[in-house]
Design a protein around this ligand. Structure first.
Ligand SMILES: Nc1ncnc2c1ncn2[C@@H]1O[C@H](COP(=O)(O)OP(=O)(O)OP(=O)(O)O)[C@@H](O)[C@H]1O
Ligand SMILES: [Mg+2]
Length: 290
C-alpha cells in the first residue's frame, strides 16, 4: 500500500497508509471505527482509495486486467457475512466452487475436509438459516479457505465463537503452509498474541504500531503497575484515567494502572496482552515515551 487515503464525506478515515505485507500472519487491531474494515475493503478492491496505490504480487490491484488473477488467489471473510438461507453448507460451497469458473476444481473431498476442520460436517444437511451465529461464522471461515488461497483476509473471524472453536480457528491458521499471507482483523487480542507474527495497530487513520506482538509487550510492560484493594474501595479507581484494568481477584480487586514512574503502594506486574494494548492506545494521554 502506497500512501493510501480514504474519506467518507469530510471524515478522513485513512490518512496516508504505507505498508508492505509479505508471507506471515498479520494481526490488525484498532478501536471501533478506526478503519480496519475500510482498510481491508480497499486492500481487496471492494472500494477504491481516494489517493494512493495498492500493488498485489507487484500488480496494480485496480487494473481490470489483473483482477481475475488476484481474486482467484484471495480468500475473504467479511465482517458481516450473510449466508444464503435455504441452501446447505455443501450446496453453498459447491456453488462457490463453480463461481471460481475453473480456477479451482469442484472437489468433494476438499469440501468435506473444510467442513470437518470447522466442525460443521455433522451439520452439513441443515439449511444455513438454521445455523447459530457461531456456526455461520465458522462456515464463513470454511468458505474463505475454499480455494486454498495464498492471500487469506478475515475480518473478525472469531467474533461470537466459543473458546473451543476459537482454538480450532487458531489451529487452522497454524496448519496453513508458511508460503501465504494471512491478515486477521479482530478485537480478541488474545488471538493476536497467540496466532500472529506481526501486529499492525490502526489509530486516527494512520498506522500507529507495526512490529511483533512481543515488541508491544516489551515496550509497554515497564509502565504497568498493580495494587490489590478491597472491593469496597473500588469506586476510588472507577474514574481514574490511568486505570487499564480492574479484575476481581478472590475477594479483592487487582487494579492495574499505567504510569511512567512506579506509584506509591503499586508493584511491577506481569500484564496481559490486553493490558499492554490498552496502555499503548492511551500512551499519549499518559505521557508515556515509547
Ligand atoms: N460506506 C461507508 N459510508 C460512510 N462511512 C463509512 C462507511 N464505511 C465506514 N464508514 C465510517 O468509517 C469509519 C471506519 O469504519 P470501519 O468499519 O472501517 O471501522 P472498523 O475499524 O472496522 O470498526 P469496527 O471495529 O467497529 O469493525 C467509521 O467512522 C465508519 O462510520
Ligand atoms: Mg470492522
Amino acid at each position: 500500500m502506497e500512501n493510501i487515503a480514504k474519506k467518507f464525506g469530510d471524515h478522513d478515515v485513512l490518512r496516508g497508509i504505507n505498508l508492505e505485507l509479505s508471507n506471515g500472519v498479520f494481526g490488525l487491531l484498532g478501536p471501533n471505527g478506526a478503519g480496519k474494515t475500510t482498510f481491508i475493503r480497499l486492500l481487496i478492491g471492494l472500494m477504491k482509495p481516494d489517493q494512493g496505490k495498492i500493488l498485489i504480487d507487484h500488480q496494480d490491484s485496480q487494473n481490470a486486467h489483473y483482477r481475475a488473477n488476484i481474486l482467484s488467489k484471495l480468500g475473504y471473510l467479511p465482517q458481516t457475512f450473510d449466508v444464503l438461507p435455504r441452501v446447505t453448507s455443501i450446496e453453498y460451497l459447491t456453488f462457490l466452487s463453480r463461481l471460481y469458473q475453473g480456477s479451482i476444481k469442484l472437489n468433494h473431498n476438499r469440501i468435506r475436509e473444510l467442513l470437518e476442520s470447522v466442525n460443521l460436517w455433522q451439520h452439513r444437511r441443515i439449511p444455513l438459516a438454521k445455523y447459530s451465529g457461531g456456526m455461520k461464522r465458522r462456515f464463513g471461515i470454511a468458505q474463505a479457505l475454499l480455494n486454498d488461497p495464498p492471500f487469506l483476509i478475515v475480518d473478525e473471524p472469531t467474533a461470537g465463537l466459543d473458546p473451543e472453536e476459537r482454538v480450532t480457528f487458531r489451529n487452522i491458521l497454524s496448519d496453513l503452509p508458511y508460503d501465504r499471507l494471512v491478515l486477521l482483523s479482530t478485537h480478541i487480542v488474545e488471538d493476536i498474541e497467540i496466532a500472529c507474527n506481526r501486529l499492525i495497530i490502526l489509530e486516527q487513520g494512520k498506522i500507529g504500531f507495526d512490529s511483533t506482538p512481543s515488541d508491544l509487550f516489551t515496550r509497554m510492560m515497564p509502565f504497568i503497575w498493580e495494587k490489590r484493594i478491597p472491593i469496597s474501595m473500588a469506586d476510588i479507581y472507577f474514574h481514574n484515567e490511568q486505570v487499564i484494568s480492574m479484575n476481581i481477584a478472590e475477594d479483592e480487586y487487582a487494579v492495574r494502572i499505567a504510569a511512567v514512574e512506579k506509584p506509591p503502594e503499586f508493584e511491577a506486574t506481569q500484564p496481559t496482552f490486553e493490558d499492554v494494548y490498552i496502555c499503548w492506545l492511551h500512551r499519549a494521554k499518559l505521557g508515556l515515551k515509547t
